[in-house]
Design a protein around this ligand. Structure first.
Ligand code: GLA
Length: 392
């Protein structure tokens, strides 16, 4: 099927309850959900004090849990080995590896003072493709943090919770990510994009009310691994750029400043830096145009963002370029307003802003052409902005 249906959250919640009953013979006391995200614009600048403009998508991680009168968390996910985590003291990374995100979140609660956490059983179900560049790890962290909040009967400040989850990713998964994914999953709101000022670490909602428009997410099915060094290398290149500029923050840097140190920087750092400065400007402009309901202005901004990520920042790949090119070929006449790669890159997904009444046709055309050219069937689904992490 060219356009995949989104599994309703209520159905995922039923699945999670049934699995808890099946594996642990318990009724769920708590069920939490957290969405994945796509980023409309503002890529690879959340760790550069930039602005980013993601939305929470209608694909979730859902966790059902119940206390087990022990000092262990026992957690299962369909298809993975059970994780048994001792709640006696400080958490350390270990096996199974997939559970390191959870250990990181528990460690955050311990450091924050919500400790001890009583023992519990939990199961995790998901409608988010893993490794598809849609922040399945942030959604897992946020859903788990929300369950733990319920278990210890504390509600953290949303920003504190998102930052705690980011630390889990840094310290237990080894990915030096910015704040975008966790903030999008935590602060998402129905019918709104989340403009994040990554310097102030403050979110601001930007309405996306028009039902005439939707976002099409196209997973290339090429998987990326952000921990493989490329992400870290990009981060380091931007730090080097800023040091050469002798500025405190990218927010103080103009394209003219950059020209002034072009020679001193060398070509590579210059291009990485040009991406940062230009992408910050594009994101600010995109948010302004959205506030004026001027959706048509987003097309050229998304195109320029993709080009900059491809040529200056070099985080795209053939499959992402192809998917964007196919959407651009369909064009405005065919209902496409703009398209670009989204997320960390090196595979993963593209985001395409489309007219809702032409979604099906656009999805089918992308799917057929992409499979013809690459031999891989993509996963394509439509979404509108949904609510962030919460107890159901
Ligand atoms: C990954 C990271 C985010 C962000 C994006 C690129 O998704 O987790 O913090 O840096 O890449 O925009």
């Amino acid at each position: 099927m060219p356009l995949q249906a989104n599994e309703p959250l209520a159905d995922l919640s039923i699945d999670a309850r049934v699995y808890l009953k099946h594996f642990y013979h318990q009724e769920a006391a708590l069920v939490a959900a957290a969405p994945g995200r796509v980023n409309l614009i503002g890529e690879h600048i959340d760790y550069c004090d930039g602005f980013v403009l993601p939305l929470a998508i209608d694909r979730h991680i859902v966790i059902a849990a119940a206390l087990n009168n022990s000092n262990q968390a026992r957690i299962r996910t369909t298809g993975e080995e059970e994780a048994i985590i001792s709640l006696d003291g400080a958490q350390e990374a270990g096996d199974p590896k997939w559970a390191n995100y959870l250990r990181g979140v528990l460690e955050g609660f311990r450091l924050q003072g919500s400790w001890p956490v009583p023992g519990f059983n939990a199961v995790i179900v998901s409608s988010l493709p893993i490794g598809g560049g849609l922040s399945s790890s942030a959604a897992l962290e946020l859903a788990f943090a929300t369950i733990v909040e319920g278990i210890v009967d504390t509600v953290l400040d949303t920003k504190e919770k998102a930052l705690l989850c980011q630390q889990a990713e840094h310290n237990f998964a080894g990915v030096p990510c910015g704040i975008m994914d966790q903030f999008a999953s935590a602060f998402g709101q129905k019918d709104n994009l989340v403009l994040i000022d990554c310097q102030a670490q403050e979110p601001e909602l930007v309405p996306f009310h028009s039902n005439d428009l939707s976002l099409l997410v196209a997973n290339t099915m090429i998987s990326h691994d952000l921990a493989d060094g490329e992400y870290r290398a990009r981060r380091e290149a931007t730090e080097q750029g800023l040091a050469t500029l002798e500025k405190e923050s990218w927010r103080q840097v103009s394209l003219a400043d950059l020209e002034g140190v072009k020679e001193a920087m060398g070509d590579l750092i210059y291009r990485r830096s040009r991406h940062v400065v230009s992408e910050i400007a594009r994101t600010v402009e995109a948010a302004e145009e959205l506030r004026r309901d001027n959706y048509a202005a987003l097309g050229p901004l998304m195109a320029a963002s993709h080009q900059s990520l491809r040529d200056d920042f070099e985080v795209s790949c053939t499959e992402l370029d192809l998917m964007v090119e196919l959407a651009n070929k369909i064009g405005f006449e065919g209902g496409v307003l703009g398209s670009r790669m989204t997320g960390g890159g090196f595979g993963g997904a593209t985001v395409t802003l489309c007219r809702t009444d032409q979604l099906r046709e656009i999805g089918a055309r992308l799917s057929i052409s992409y499979e013809q050219e690459t031999g891989h069937a993509p996963q394509i689904f439509a979404t509108r902005p949904v609510h962030g992490a919460r107890l159901l």
